[in-house]
Design a protein around this ligand. Structure first.
Ligand code: CP
Length: 316
């Protein structure tokens, strides 16, 4: 197993990822699924700073950290000195001074990591920055797609919904394009951005639903715009832009449905399709734990904290 180069103790974007790097992470995630485990030179400390709410990403990282045998320090943003005006940079410098080895940060500000002190050598994982990127979600989505199709280059992928506000759309489209997939975008035109022009083709969902291999749905990100300015009702949204049962019936028999969740059942997808045989929505969550174990492990390898690695089939 190759190690990452020095400096890769931070995962802030997927911009530098190529196919080799994606496949390295996927193979490592498979290894964790099969019982790979780590031994450390000393206790390793981690914490998770979520400045935006989360069910999946925070709990998934906590599960990955627990399975890896790390010491998890609780960090409650609401009860921290952030309320007294402490900057994110000072918070992270403080955590490093206290001996934390690796932190996961979710923050509403796009590219929050750009304003951080470059001398802070603590491991850092972007758990989602505003409408910027969601690197760990993107890598778990690549794992889920690869697990299904064993390739990316021959796939047609539809990313549908609230594109401009979605960090998942931004990072998934960028990486899928690099991996050779053909990408289509659909949804309200006011939620389509010119940054997607170079990555794929903007279409009506009904024009491609019978051709694509993956239907990747997005949540309407009401926290990122004034929803009262939007005159679309929920019913109209589902029938114009969402995955209805009628549309799902037109999908190829081998096609899958993905959604980063949380899901607005009845808005971007008809409720019962969430548990349909084509849906991989809960599988994405399961895969996410193993991918996050891989992401953390590569950082700990780079930081030289791993003593030895072994397979133990009862580990997971
Ligand atoms: N997919 C995702 O990021 O979900 P959470 O917002 O619940 O973490």
């Amino acid at each position: 197993m190759e190690n990452l180069s020095i400096g890769d103790y931070k995962l802030t974007t997927i911009d530098h990822f190529d196919e080799n790097m994606v496949m390295h992470k996927i193979k490592l995630a498979y290894q964790f699924r099969d019982g790979f485990r780590m031994h450390y030179k000393r206790p390793v400390y981690c914490t998770n700073l979520f400045f935006e709410n989360s069910t999946r990403t925070k709990t998934s990282f906590e599960m990955a950290e627990a399975k890896l045998g790390l010491k998890i320090l609780d960090f409650d943003v609401q009860h921290s000195s952030v309320s007294k005006g402490e900057t994110l940079d000072d918070t992270l410098l403080t955590l490093q001074a206290l001996g934390v080895d690796i932190a996961v940060v979710r923050h509403p500000q796009n590219k929050f990591y750009r304003s951080l002190n470059p001398d802070n050598s603590m491991g850092l994982i972007n758990g989602g920055d505003g409408s910027g990127q969601h690197p760990s979600q993107t890598l778990l989505d690549m794992f889920t797609i690869y697990d299904e199709f064993q390739n990316f280059a021959n796939l047609k992928i539809l990313i549908a919904g609230d594109l401009i506000h979605s960090r998942v759309a931004h990072s998934n489209a960028k990486l899928l394009k690099k991996l050779g997939a053909q990408i289509f975008f659909s949804g309200p035109v006011e939620w389509y951005g010119s940054e997607f022009d170079q990555l794929g083709t903007y279409v009506d969902i009904d024009d491609v639903i019978d051709q694509v291999d993956v239907v990747m749905l997005l949540r309407i990100q009401t926290e990122r715009f004034d929803a009262s300015q939007n005159d679309l009702s929920v019913d109209q949204y589902l029938s114009k832009y969402g995955l209805t049962k009628q549309r799902a019936e037109k999908m190829k028999p081998t096609a899958i449905i993905m959604h980063p969740a949380p899901v607005n059942r009845g808005t971007e997808i008809e409720g019962e399709l969430v548990e349909s045989s084509a849906s991989r929505i809960f599988q994405q969550m399961t895969n996410g734990v193993f991918m996050r174990m891989a992401i953390i492990t590569d950082i700990l390898r780079t930081k030289g904290l791993i003593e030895s690695e072994e397979f133990n089939e009862s580990a997971n």
